[in-house]
Design a protein around this ligand. Structure first.
Ligand SMILES: [Zn+2]
Length: 316
């Protein structure tokens, strides 16, 4: 082998070793612990990175509600390993059983932990539209999750024991009043939210993304998502626990999700009505400075424009 080739190989090896190290350093900062939102309500705030074997697919937020029957979890995590972490987090705050799990959505890390908790006697609750999507997309979400986190392979499907038919449902578990509300299809069809009227805490599931850019998938509906946000906005929430990002208030939720959805739908509607073509619709809107601070803006914003435009154009 020539000296130059050896040198080049050595340089590549050093560079890749360095990048592995910085990646590991970033990931090793993951803290699997829950923070207090208000009296009796806690949340695990996942990293706003992608799913990785280190974060066990818990790159989203999960709620913990302390009730006289035990813990009520808002969503159940990504599969047995991640779900076990959630159980540990809850029990380190207060050693009591997981009495119930309420699913707000159908994306992997919202419900693939259901079977783990059900085996321990937890009762699973969800809105009917959520359950419908969970059943139809199960294979797809498991496959996607297993690609990023091989340990989640083989997870069993478990949907709700108690399925709510109405758009607004009042329930009380262990003395804590809650409302499980559906405002419209959003990130996934059947996405719902959990409102605690006494504590003024709103768990928005994937209707709200903070600190990072939201993602429009082929199965997302940005039009009804925008409307769902506006309807949900009437709740007098003091604490917003978003699907992703830090616990905050309406001001930040408006600025980083509500205003974005509004602009996305309005701008792409005009483009679609003019049959401007997807390339021009995207290139004219690629630069939205008010949202550039959001993580993943560069990778998701163009994709969001593209998918929203095509959806609107096909409905014209
Ligand atoms: Zn999500």
């Amino acid at each position: 082998m020539k000296r130059r080739t050896i040198l080049a190989l050595m340089t590549t090896a050093i560079i890749s070793a360095l990048s592995i190290n910085s990646y590991a350093a970033e990931e090793s900062n993951i803290e699997f612990s829950a923070q207090k939102v208000t009296e009796g309500v806690y949340a695990y705030i996942g990293p706003i990175t992608d799913r990785t074997p280190e974060n066990l697919g818990l790159n989203n937020n999960i709620g913990f509600i302390d009730t006289s029957e035990g813990w009520v979890l808002v969503d159940s995590g990504s599969g047995d390993l991640g779900t076990k972490k959630l159980e540990d987090m809850a029990k380190s705050i207060k050693n009591q059983p997981i009495a119930a799990v309420i699913n707000l959505g159908s994306q992997d890390h919202r419900w693939l932990g259901n079977s783990y908790f059900a085996k321990q006697g937890a009762k699973i609750y969800a809105y009917q539209g959520t359950v419908k999507t969970q059943k139809s997309m199960f294979n797809q979400v498991v496959e996607r999750m297993a690609k990023a986190i091989p340990s989640t392979k083989g997870v069993q499907m478990k949907t709700a024991d108690s399925v709510f038919e109405n758009a607004e449902n009042a329930l009380t578990i262990g003395g804590v009043e809650m409302q499980l509300n559906y405002y419209g299809d959003a990130h996934f069809p059947g996405d719902s939210v959990l409102w605690l009227p006494k504590q003024k805490v709103l768990f928005t599931g994937d209707i709200v993304y903070l600190d990072r850019m939201l993602g429009v998938h082929p199965w997302s509906n940005p039009v009804t998502w925008h409307l769902a946000y506006q309807k949900m906005r009437t709740l007098p929430a003091g604490y917003i626990v978003p699907g992703h990002g830090r616990v905050s208030d309406w001001k930040q939720a408006d600025a980083e999700t509500g205003d974005y959805l509004k602009k996305l739908v309005e701008k792409m509607t005009v483009q679609a009505e003019d049959f401007a073509g997807v390339d021009s619709a995207v290139s004219e809107n690629v630069d939205w400075p008010e949202f550039k601070h959001l993580k993943h803006y560069d990778s998701w914003h163009k994709q969001n424009l593209n998918r929203t435009y095509l959806k609107l154009e096909s409905s014209m």
